[in-house]
Write a new protein. Structure first.
Length: 319
């Protein structure tokens, strides 16, 4: 690699690093470092923070196992380490893209040009499964609030209809894609053979299981911290409100670096009658965002830089 390309790589690396640091600083400053330091601390809270940090790798590992399974079920086996690297690589792209839409694309690009379009398509099953789990949990929460007489019937019905449509789409999206691909104008744009991208019902059930397991771990992190930072005695009450938080936040189109602000505002609305102070609640939201999104995004940034460096080396050798 010549000197000018090395300089370009370093400039790019510094710019991206500064942007990530600045965005993280804005979020930390928003919540007030001095106020966070003045929070009431005790042994339970400290251990809860440490515990949630330690189970963060479990969260990522489950997603890596799911991505590995998706690739294997499509005849492209990959190692767990490569699957984990692709997930972290995607987290970096999701951190700066609206609605984290670039995350599945980045996962596919991590493995190079080979079957890149197919891998992007394979992500569809996992994405729909994630929506299904979140909507299902949200409807469960809304159902309980209905029993308590505090729920909006229209929102419940709309959510139920949306869930049914998602269920149909989840178990038949590959067939729908095949049907759409028969149109001539679609064939002009789609360069892959969609007829070979069928996903069996058993595979869809397994993918749904992986998604539900990760959702449980993520919810458990919230439950542990909210229980430690609030005086709420009912764990079920906390968990149902966490489900509502996920439900409303899932419709966000903001990138991950700004999404924490929206999630904080939604949390203040959902937990407005709970026995937790706004500052404690916002700190819990920020902490989980920090360990589950910001930290993997920084690691993904390192992987992205290495991929870019390898790409430029390859171009230099070819030229």
């Amino acid at each position: 690699m010549n000197k000018s390309k090395k300089i370009l790589l370093w400039v790019f690396k510094i710019i991206v690093f500064i942007v990530l640091i600045f965005c993280a600083y804005l979020q930390i400053e928003k919540y007030g470092v001095s106020e966070i330091l003045l929070l009431s601390w005790n042994r339970v809270r400290v251990w809860s923070l440490l515990f949630c940090l330690l189970i963060m790798p479990i969260n990522l590992s489950i997603e890596a196992l799911k991505w590995r399974y998706i690739n294997k079920s499509n005849g492209e086996p990959i190692s767990f380490s490569r699957a984990l690297a692709a997930v972290i690589f995607g987290a970096c792209a999701g951190f700066i893209s609206p609605g984290r839409w670039a995350e599945p694309v980045a996962r596919a690009y991590y493995f190079g040009k080979e079957k890149r379009t197919e891998r992007i398509y394979w992500n569809l099953t996992g994405i729909i499964a994630q929506w299904l789990v979140i909507i299902l949990a949200g409807i469960l929460s809304l159902s309980i609030y209905k029993i308590q007489g505090t729920k909006d019937t229209n929102l419940y019905l709309y959510s139920l209809v949306f869930l049914l449509l998602l269920l149909v789409f989840y178990f038949s999206h590959d067939r729908i894609s095949q049907w759409i691909s028969t149109f001539s104008f679609v064939q002009n744009f789609v360069k892959i053979d969609i007829s070979n991208l069928r996903v069996s019902t058993n595979n869809k059930v397994v993918i749904f299981g992986f998604t539900g397991l990760r959702f449980c771990v993520y919810s458990f992190q919230y439950l542990v911290l909210l229980k430690a930072f609030s005086s709420e005695s009912s764990r079920l009450e906390i968990l149902m409100k966490v489900f509502l938080l996920f439900f409303f936040q899932s419709f966000s189109i903001f990138p991950g670096l700004l999404d924490v602000g929206l999630k904080g505002n939604i949390a203040l609305l959902v937990f407005k009658n709970s026995l937790i102070t706004p500052l404690d609640l916002l700190f819990v939201i920020f902490y989980i965002w920090f360990i589950n999104l910001l930290v993997p995004s920084f690691i993904g940034y390192i992987l992205f830089y290495r991929k870019l460096r390898d790409f430029m080396k390859t171009r230099t050798i070819v030229s």
